[in-house]
Write a protein that binds this ligand. Structure first.
Ligand SMILES: NC(=O)c1ccc[n+]([C@@H]2O[C@H](COP(=O)([O-])OP(=O)(O)OC[C@H]3O[C@@H](n4cnc5c(N)ncnc54)[C@H](OP(=O)(O)O)[C@@H]3O)[C@@H](O)[C@H]2O)c1
Length: 329
């Protein structure tokens, strides 16, 4: 299902293309499911981002159907999830200059088959459905790194997640709650507040109400970690809610490209602001190992057939959405 025209709405076309052939160190995965991310609309509304047509899609789960020369880590028939980070060398603290994300310009997962390096596939958690497996990689990995590498969240940490309804936020709430943290969220409506409480949050606050920061302080006291992907007002407010030495983790700017903060809210309070994107191979393995034995499940908002991608794209931008929008092949 290829992007053939930039815009909002974008133009997609179901096209027949030759099956990819694996080169040395590569594998072909027959996809069962894929999932949309905020990156996809960002690309289809950025004319000139790459040449068209292009196949979008960073998340996927499926079965290995062909392996290239020298591949020993996986075999045809293996059920796998796809590690969507490209160019993050094993053992490196941050990615190298080749950092990218699968799906434009490299052909992505909104397709029957995808060609990836053998290092980009890992056994899928066996307790998850195909839909849940496809929903896990990008958002789960981003949440895992944000909480545990950047925020150093442990049992008893007080964590605020701003904007509870997003794809990544549902993973943040579930992962932090499973680690024994006390989780608070901000959100836009009562239905999402109720869902957040169901999946592990202790309390929800409405960012539509001007006094939400005071409400958080009243209920939770000073916080250890705030994880924010909105920016704008939520980043500055979140920073001020931290205890001395607390950490604000930033992984997105849905609310706009810039935000203002009081500088003394950082240095005079011994706080840190840590930026993060995606995650390393080791962090992906840690997420998968945890997921295998944990009790939470990825939240799937809705499921569309591959040729209903336009409908899936519309659902992604709906404010009623809670969790991930998934495609089945
Ligand atoms: N750096 C990375 O590796 C990475 C990876 C994934 C995503 N991202 C970025 O993270 C962001 C979220 O992505 P996503 O796909 O998970 O998001 P999404 O599903 O599109 O959700 C948008 C979010 O904005 C929230 N929001 C709206 N107004 C708000 C306000 N005034 N204060 C706080 N939150 C508000 C919404 O909260 P409610 O729904 O609760 O009302 C919703 O959670 C995007 O900017 C995306 O580009 C970055």
């Amino acid at each position: 299902m290829q992007l053939v025209g930039y815009g909002d709405p974008p133009r997609f076309e179901l096209r027949e293309v030759p099956d990819p052939e694996p080169g040395p160190g590569e594998v072909v995965v027959a996809l069962r499911t894929a999932a949309l991310n905020r990156r996809d609309p960002w690309i289809w509304t950025s004319p000139g981002y790459c040449e068209l047509p292009v196949t979008l899609g960073s998340d996927g789960a499926g079965t290995v159907v062909a392996i290239g020369e020298g591949v020993v880590s996986t075999r045809p028939g293996d059920e796998v999830v796809i590690f969507p980070t490209l160019g993050w060398p094993e053992g490196a603290e941050v990615p190298g200059p080749d950092f990218d994300i699968l799906g434009a310009p490299t052909p992505g997962t909104f397709a029957d088959r995808v060609l990836v390096p053998a290092t980009s596939v890992a056994p899928r958690p066996s307790r998850l459905s195909w839909e849940e497996s496809g929903a896990l990689p990008l958002a789960g990995l981003t949440a895992w790194r944000a909480l545990f590498t950047c925020g150093r969240v442990t049992e008893g940490s007080k964590v605020l997640v701003t904007g509870a309804g997003s794809g990544v936020s549902t993973f943040l709430v579930q992962l932090a709650a499973q680690a024994g943290a006390e989780v608070f969220v901000t959100t836009g409506n009562p239905a999402k507040a109720a869902r957040s409480l169901e999946i592990g949050a202790s309390a929800a606050f409405f960012y539509t109400e001007a006094d939400w920061p005071e409400e958080v302080t009243h209920r939770a006291g000073p916080l250890d970690v705030v994880v924010d992907s909105f920016g704008d007002g939520s980043l500055a407010a979140g920073l001020a809610l931290l205890r001395r030495g607390g950490v604000l983790v930033s992984f997105g700017d849905t609310g706009g490209a810039s935000a203002s903060i009081e500088i003394a809210e950082v240095y005079w309070q011994w706080r840190s602001i840590v930026g993060t994107s995606m995650g390393s191979p080791a962090e992906f393995r840690a997420l998968l190992a945890h997921t295998e034995s944990a009790s939470w499940r990825p939240i799937v908002d809705s499921v569309f057939a591959l040729d209903e991608l336009a409908g899936a794209a519309e659902r992604l931008s709906s404010t009623a959405r809670f969790g991930k929008v998934v495609l089945t092949m």
